[in-house]
Design a binder for this molecule. Structure first.
Ligand code: AMP
Length: 283
């Protein structure tokens, strides 16, 4: 596995691969790998002849007071995991490699970024779109893989790619969970033992809503009330950031379910901000 830190070397390598007729798949990540990242690497391995993984804790997607400085990092372990999952090139730039002091260009999808995670993280998706488009320009991938755990991120990136005629297909992969249902996240290390024991109730609450929807409940407010009641009982220390039921592509709020709808949540549990989501299907 090749490891590069210089953006122009990544671009050169990928251009050479393309010139030789080799397709490239890209998996953008912030590192501290778990099985969610590994599943994206494996999907990428099956989809293209060359797999590029970027490992970059992108400063522009963190707001003031967020966990940029303390975000968990273990690049040596990450490199070993990437290599053992068939990754051809691991791109690990520094912030200075990615952003020149003169950087002045931003990519935004405001309509999809003002809701859900964007409410408490108003500059987050601007940072995500900008770095992902930069990575697309560098690696020129035929296909790129993202997790459904960050559903809003994937919806925004799909909109960005369609609007800007980006020649990269965006694929999303299912959420990988712990045995008890907690969605894997690099940030789960912030949880205390007690919080970790309670955290699977986020998944349980989404399942509860999915079961209610499947058995005929179409009122989004009643579904969300059931979720909040579950939290009151089993996650008394969780602070709601948001809970919403939206149309899966446009992210527009849904009042009455008439087809698949996405139930998405973010809560603060101790030092961690946890997100999760589930598609609700009507009876
Ligand atoms: P991150 O390193 O947290 O920025 O995540 C990199 C990619 O992995 C993103 O596309 C995430 O959506 C995806 N991802 C993170 N957690 C999971 C998970 N539990 N299951 C599937 N994909 C995930």
């Amino acid at each position: 596995m090749k490891i590069l830190t210089a953006p122009d070397e990544l671009q050169q390598t990928c251009l050479e691969w393309r010139a030789r007729g080799l397709s490239v798949a890209l998996v953008p990540t912030m590192g501290y790998y778990h099985d969610g990242h590994v599943s994206l690497m494996r999907h990428a391995r099956e989809a293209a002849q060359k797999v590029v993984v970027s490992l970059f804790v992108n400063p522009t997607q963190f707001g003031p007071g967020e966990d940029l400085a303390t975000y968990p990092r273990d690049p040596e372990r990450d490199a070993a995991i990437a290599e053992s999952n068939g990754v051809d090139l691991l791109f690990m730039p520094s912030p200075e490699d990615m952003y020149s002091p003169a950087h002045a260009t931003w990519v935004e999808v405001p309509e999809l970024s003002r809701t859900m995670c964007g409410l408490s993280r108003p500059t987050h998706f601007r940072g995500v779109c900008t770095v992902v488009l930069k990575l697309f320009m560098l690696a020129q991938p035929a296909i790129a893989f993202f997790g459904q755990k960050d559903w809003q991120q994937a919806a925004i990136l799909k909109r960005m790619a369609a609007d800007l005629n980006v020649p990269t297909a965006i694929r999303t992969c299912p959420i990988v969970r712990e045995k008890d249902g907690l969605a894997l996240s690099s940030r789960n290390v912030y949880l205390t033992q007690e919080e970790r024991a309670q955290a699977p109730h986020l998944y349980q609450s989404l399942r509860l809503a999915a079961e209610l929807a499947a058995s005929g409940e179409t009122d989004a407010r009643r579904l969300m009330t059931a979720i909040r009641e579950h939290w009151k009982t089993y996650l008394p220390k969780a602070q709601e950031d948001y809970l919403t039921i939206v149309e899966p592509d446009s992210l527009a709020p849904v009042e009455t379910l008439s087809g698949p709808a996405l139930c998405a949540l973010a809560v603060r549990l101790g030092k961690a901000r946890l997100i999760d989501n589930m598609l609700l299907k009507t009876a």
